[in-house]
Design a protein around this ligand. Structure first.
Ligand code: SF4
Length: 308
């Protein structure tokens, strides 16, 4: 009788003890999950969503050399007296910086000048196409230069599409035949007219007009990398590189018109790039016809053709 009593007591003690332990274990598990969610998973989600951001579209200008000299070139190429290529090491470094700063680049476009004058183009294209973060690659050409050897080989990739700007003054027939022979994706874009951004004199627009011009300007979406820096648009990039748009004054009111992708410390890079995507206008907008004042001019009209 005494032994039975002791046995019952022991069983109930054990089950009581086991129940408490289970409760403790469940609580600990819950706490562990909260910690995991709050301190590890949630910050990763927020970091990916907001900190490492997506770049919808970016242009990489690999050369200022061009075999055409179009009137009203929005990229200001005819202003270069001694146009040159961007060193491939620098091109690759800037692409690498962009890849480190962003989680996706939806469209990376290589432009010039005329990119097929750049013998190292394939190295930059291969770097971009080898990255999963770069979803689509475009190369804009005036359709007059036939890519050779590795510059042609690198185009045979599903991610890559050639954009041929067709102007009345030039023919891209031979290039199109070559692309079809090699099954390279391409698209032709006919431009009868384009907007005239005007000369590089200071206009003296009011702040309100600068903001309005920027808001309605299609080029404001064309963030451009030239040499070591990222700019808001091609005109800002080349106007500053040419020394025709002053740098001084650009950083007033905390606004930054460009980001140096090489010298900016890593910890500031994403904040600065995000800042550039959020500017209300840039200094260059005051050296450019306001969006509502632009006339349409004949596209691709040649001042004279340069043979390189
Ligand atoms: S300078 Fe300003 S207004 Fe002119 S093209 Fe660039 S973003 Fe547009």
């Amino acid at each position: 009788m005494k032994r039975n009593y002791l046995a019952t007591l022991m069983v109930s003690e054990v089950s009581l003890h086991f129940g408490i332990n289970q409760k403790i274990t469940n609580n600990a598990k819950r706490k562990f999950l909260y910690v995991l969610l709050g301190f590890i998973i949630l910050p990763i989600i927020l970091y990916k969503a907001f900190y490492k951001f997506k770049i919808p579209y970016i242009e990489i200008a690999v050369t200022a050399k061009c075999n055409l000299k179009c009137e009203g070139c929005s990229n200001l190429m005819p202003y270069y007296k001694s146009p040159g290529h961007v060193d491939i090491t620098l091109v690759k470094r800037t692409i690498n910086t962009l890849l480190q700063a962003s989680r996706e680049i939806t469209i990376m476009k290589f432009i010039g000048g005329e990119p097929f004058l750049y013998d190292n183009l394939y190295l930059a294209v291969e770097q971009a196409s080898g990255s999963e973060a770069v979803r689509n690659i475009e190369i804009t050409t005036n359709g007059t230069i036939l890519p050779k050897e590795r510059n042609l080989e690198c185009l045979k990739n599903d991610k890559i599409k050639l954009i041929i700007s067709e102007y009345p003054a030039v023919s891209s027939k031979r290039l199109i035949e070559l692309l079809e022979e090699n099954q390279v994706k391409y698209e032709t874009r006919q431009f009868e007219n384009w907007e005239d951004y005007g000369d590089l004199c200071k206009r003296g627009y009011s702040e309100k007009d600068l903001r309005r011009s920027f808001r309605f300007c299609a080029s404001a979406e064309c963030k451009t990398v030239y040499m070591d820096s990222l700019y808001t648009c091609p005109r800002s990039a080349h106007g500053r590189a040419l020394g025709l748009i002053p740098v001084q004054g650009a950083e007033e009111n905390g606004r930054e018109d460009s980001v140096n992708l090489i010298s900016t410390p890593k910890k500031d890079l994403r904040r600065k790039i995000r800042g550039l995507y959020a500017v209300p206008y840039v200094q260059a907008c005051d050296y450019c016809n306001a969006a509502w004042e632009r006339k349409m001019i004949e596209s691709g009209k040649q001042k004279c053709i340069i043979f390189l």
